[in-house]
Design a protein around this ligand. Sequence first.
Ligand code: BGC
Length: 514
Amino acid sequence: MESLIQQFNIDVRAVQPILFTMLEHMHTGLQGPSHSMLMIPTFTDVPSKPVNGLYLALDFGGTNFRCLLLNIKHNEILDSWSDSRKIDPQIPTSKELMSVLGGFIQDFLHLHEKELTPRPDILYTGYTFSFPTEQTSLNSGTLVHWTKEFITKGCVGEDPVKQLQEELNKRNLDWVKIIAMCNDTVGTLCTRRLTDPSVEIGVILGTGSNASYREKISNIKKLDPKAIYSSDHMLINMEWGSFSGMPQNEFDKIIFEKTKEHSSQPFEKQISGRYLPMMAREALRKAILTGCVFNGLWGDGSTLSDEEKSPFSDIHREMWDEKHRLRGEEMEEIIWDESEKKEKVEEILRQLWCKSNPRLKLREGVTLQLSDLSLVQQLFKAILTRSARLSAIAVSAVVIHIVKGFIEEAKEKGRSETDYLAKHPKITAAIDGSLFTHNRGYKEEMARSVELCLDSVKGYCLTSSSSSSSSATPSSSTETSVSFSFPSIIPEVVLEATNDGSGIGAAVIVAANS
Ligand code: BGC
């Protein structure tokens, strides 16, 4: 069991090559098409003027769709009305999906007729659409692929704003105008930035995961060089879920194989809430089948029969649906069961067994070995801790990228390398998502890991050799060595929980751009 748990251990002080790879992929993504993170230009910067007015925000990015009507004055939300409904990722067609979203918006507006009287000629609307969408302007783009196990046909390759606006028009809601589309990370960044100028990064750690940050427009080489923008910075939606450079273990590979779109979103599948319980279940399966836990011996000394093991055997591959699934809350309850007898761990494990095989009543009356329950708890904790550490490594890479930008800017202005610190003594990452905001200990583990990780790279110089073949003599290759210096001074990094940024953010972005 020790070696199983060890597979989830990451030493955040020894990850210089990972940081370097992530920085390289960020750089490549800013140049043009990328096989790793998409690094999507969002056509907006953070709000630079006070936000005022009445806005509709639509938030679609996972299990729920939300409508929010917001009355904002001088960056403060005076009134807000909101409602949400569950969305099934299995909705088969875009037509059906649009009809569900459109119908819900229509009902919501009807319910809030009073707040919308007199009816505005135009209700300025922001649409948070949190799936990898290559933007072509503030309110247009193309969905690259689904994530978070969505399968709806007729959306990939299409413009999500156009699809929803057409549905609204069909329902005589053409006065509801989608002015801006944004990703939830961008919404979170912008919302927090209204009250905290040190916010440079927006992160979501929930069902899915991703980050955005502020980039200098001159560094975004893939943008049309002739285009004119109102700011010299633009927010970049990284789509870091598709980063493939994190160390992977056997369970990551199993999850990649078993999930939809299995070749995409490797990093997201290692850390996010949609996948962690699957990972826990897979690791538990291995632990049982290899005899690391419940190895024959139950509380009463009897052995685990083949039938009792069977829910965890290979023939039971259907463990991803609702019925057989270990839920995120259950995983958390297992991890945090501090009772002497680990009753909650036992209760959930028994249920899980029965869910997988209803014929089986796991010998009621027989207690499971306390030592085994503790081992399962440790295993699940290791999986959650790894998620916090990997997220910390990714945030650290973004911080290093930003700091390098600050240093370059200082140098361009003829100032010393460290001068930027006076202007940026602190970098804040605004973070939303249930994994970060609800899981006890996650935030602390992540903050500790960011600190350790950044401390370990300060002033570090990484030299790696790479081979490139010469075109004149294709058979010969030359070894070149690449060296990369990490900044020697890094400002304080703060991770700040930010609730509801993804919804409110869409309204903030509409306001900032209208
Ligand atoms: C999506 C991102 C989103 C993240 C968090 C990922 O699956 O690709 O666009 O920001 O989930 O919701």
